[in-house]
Structures are given as structure tokens and as C-alpha cells.
Design a protein around this ligand. Structure first.
Ligand SMILES: NC(=O)c1ccc[n+]([C@@H]2O[C@H](COP(=O)([O-])OP(=O)(O)OC[C@H]3O[C@@H](n4cnc5c(N)ncnc54)[C@H](OP(=O)(O)O)[C@@H]3O)[C@@H](O)[C@H]2O)c1
Length: 304
């Protein structure tokens, strides 16, 4: 079968190559992959993982063979899934508890946008729960995580300030009460701040957090460090900086439940992933666009 393979020393970071068929373990289903999405964090993995490594976490497709132990979705069901790697292939093996079944009105392409970005959006926001009536600030709001977090926060009753780099980056954003160009333009204090740009953005976040509020630090897209000291918290007493990893933030057995919740939000119309769609043969060309802040929402690829 064909699969995306890491080629860090070649002219493109990844290539489509022939690889052996997957051999599912007893708790794994075999999924025919129809679509997948690319995450910013995976661009870095292309550089640091060895030649021949198989990337791919976010997939959607159809169950070709259910898990031998009887758990999880049945043959023929359409699913969204989170794999550790090797998901960007014609077929892949997925643990049954890392999948959710798609209702008829959820497209495979929409579903492929959900695993890493959707779980990150959902789980970072839980640090501010309950969100009803609270002010929430989201940096990187035009990106994969940010645009989903903006919608989920709004759905949860928060008043959302979305931070974008340039005004046109906010064109596709849904759910924001206000969109500001740069965190410096956000007025007032916030109960919850989702911070992924790092550097001066994280420093500014500290100046905008309410007393006892929480800044969830989940990325460093700028690559810049942030010097700060205790005194920066003088006007923001007992505020918290919370580190975050979507993968370990909640127990392993919650993946299926949270994927199912995200799918439900898409099905009922309250979560609308913004997609930029391409063939998987174009993956190597789209990576630099994601890195260059030219993709709004999620880059999704058809396994065609
Ligand atoms: N901790 C975790 O578990 C976890 C999980 C998923 C993602 N992440 C991290 O979270 C961040 C967001 O992920 P994503 O998938 O949403 O990425 P993305 O789709 O590329 O979005 C990132 C957004 O950040 C904004 N940004 C602000 N300053 C930036 C800078 N200096 N360089 C690049 N982008 C900048 C960009 O929007 P503008 O152009 O509008 O400014 C961009 O849309 C990444 O750093 C990623 O590695 C962490």
C-alpha cells in the first residue's frame, strides 16, 4: 500500500512510498484512511525523526476490519481516529478506544480536522470551566487549534477575544466577540488565556490575566523564550501558568469520549472546522504554507 514516509535528507521532507500492510493488534481495528490533517507540531517531527519514519496522527476513514477483541466500531462504520503515528497511509491500525463513529451528516474531511486540534481546544478550555460569562482570550486564533477553541468557548458561554496576526486572518473565524490584531490590542483582563505563540505574546498574557485566572501554555509557535518574574504578577495575584499536553492531560480511556463529543458538536452545527483541502500528493508543498502562517483553520488531505 501507499503511505507518507519521512525523508528528512531528501529535497522534500516527506514522500509517498510503498510500505507493508499494517498488522493490527487484538485491540486495534484496520481503517481504510480517506482523509487526514496536518498539525504544526508535525512539521517539526519531519525534521527530527529519522528517514523512513511514518508520520500521521489525525485520520478519518472506514473500518475495514474491527478489532479482534470485539471492542470499538464495526466493519463499514465511518470513523475519526487519533493514531500515534503511521496514520497517513491507505490503511492503518487504530486502537478501538482512540476512535469515534461519525453520524451521516459529518463529513470525513471535517472529522479529519478534529483529533489533535480539537482535543487540544476542548481540553485547554476545561482549565477555565465553567466558562459561562467568563472572558477568554485565545492567541493563534486563526490556526487549527485556535479556530476550534474560539467556537467551543463561545458555545460554552464565554465572551471570546480572538488574537490574529493580520486582520485578514480573522475572516473565517466564528464565535469571537472581538478579533484583535496582536495581543497588545486586547483590552481588560481575562479569566482564561490560551497561549501558544510564546515570546512577547506570553509576556503580554501575564499582563492580561485576572487575579486567580489561568494562562494555559500549550505551544511556542514563535520559538521565542519569555523572561518573567514574580513582580509581573503584582496586579494579577494568584494567577496560574498551566503547562499542557493534549496527549497526557486526561486518561487514555477518555480519547474516544472526547472525540465523540467533538463529532457531536460538528453534527449539531455548533462546531464548524474551517478546511483547506488538498490531495495527499501535495502534502510536501502545503507544509511550508502552514509554517508560514498562510493556512487558516486546518489543512486536510484526501487519500485519493
Ligand atoms: N501542547 C499540546 O498538546 C499541543 C497540541 C496541539 C498544538 N500545539 C501547539 O499549539 C500551537 C498551535 O497549533 P496549531 O496546530 O493550531 O498551529 P497553526 O494551525 O499553525 O496555528 C498557529 C497560529 O499561531 C499564530 N502565530 C502567532 N505567532 C506566531 C509565530 N510567531 N509563528 C507562527 N505562528 C504564530 C498564527 O496565526 P496568525 O498568523 O494569525 O498570527 C497561526 O495561525 C503550535 O505551537 C503547536 O505546536 C500544542
Amino acid at each position: 500500500m501507499r503511505a507518507v514516509v519521512n525523508t528528512p535528507n531528501a529535497s522534500t521532507p516527506v514522500e509517498l512510498r510503498d510500505v507493508p500492510e499494517p498488522r493490527p493488534a487484538g485491540n486495534e481495528a484496520l481503517v481504510e484512511v480517506r482523509a487526514f490533517s496536518l498539525n504544526r507540531g508535525e512539521l517539526r517531527l519531519f525534521q527530527i525523526r529519522p528517514e523512513g519514519w511514518r508520520p500521521g496522527q489525525d485520520i478519518s476513514g472506514v473500518v475495514a476490519q474491527p478489532a479482534a477483541d470485539g471492542s470499538g466500531p464495526k466493519a463499514g462504520e465511518r470513523v475519526v481516529a487519533l493514531t500515534d503515528n503511521a496514520g497517513w497511509a491507505e490503511r492503518t491500525a487504530v486502537p478501538a478506544h482512540r476512535m469515534a463513529v461519525l453520524p451521516d451528516n459529518v463529513l470525513l474531511e471535517e472529522a479529519a480536522a478534529l483529533p489533535v486540534a480539537g482535543l487540544t481546544a476542548l481540553r485547554t478550555l476545561r482549565h477555565g470551566a465553567p466558562l459561562l460569562g467568563k472572558r477568554v482570550l485565545i492567541t493563534g486564533a486563526a490556526g487549527g487549534v485556535g479556530h476550534l477553541a474560539t467556537q467551543i468557548a463561545a458555545r460554552s458561554g464565554a465572551r471570546v477575544t480572538a488574537v490574529v496576526g493580520r486582520s485578514e486572518r480573522g475572516r473565517h473565524l466564528l464565535g469571537a466577540d472581538e478579533i484583535v490584531e496582536g495581543i497588545g490590542k486586547a483590552q481588560g483582563l481575562f479569566a482564561l488565556i490560551l497561549e501558544s505563540a510564546g515570546g512577547s505574546s506570553l509576556a503580554a498574557a501575564i499582563s492580561k490575566i485576572e487575579a486567580k485566572g489561568t494562562i494555559v501554555v500549550f505551544g511556542n509557535s514563535s520559538g521565542e523564550p519569555t523572561p518573567f518574574s514574580f513582580r509581573d504578577f503584582a496586579e494579577h495575584p494568584n494567577a496560574r501558568i498551566q503547562g499542557f499536553s493534549y496527549f497526557t492531560s486526561e486518561p487514555e480511556d477518555r480519547f474516544a469520549l472526547d472525540l465523540a463529543l467533538l463529532v457531536l458538536l460538528v453534527a449539531d452545527g455548533s462546531l464548524k472546522p474551517h478546511l483547506v483541502e488538498h490531495s495527499w500528493r501535495e502534502l510536501a508543498q502545503i507544509g511550508p504554507q502552514l509554517h508560514g502562517r498562510q493556512i487558516s483553520g486546518k489543512a486536510v488531505f484526501h487519500v485519493d
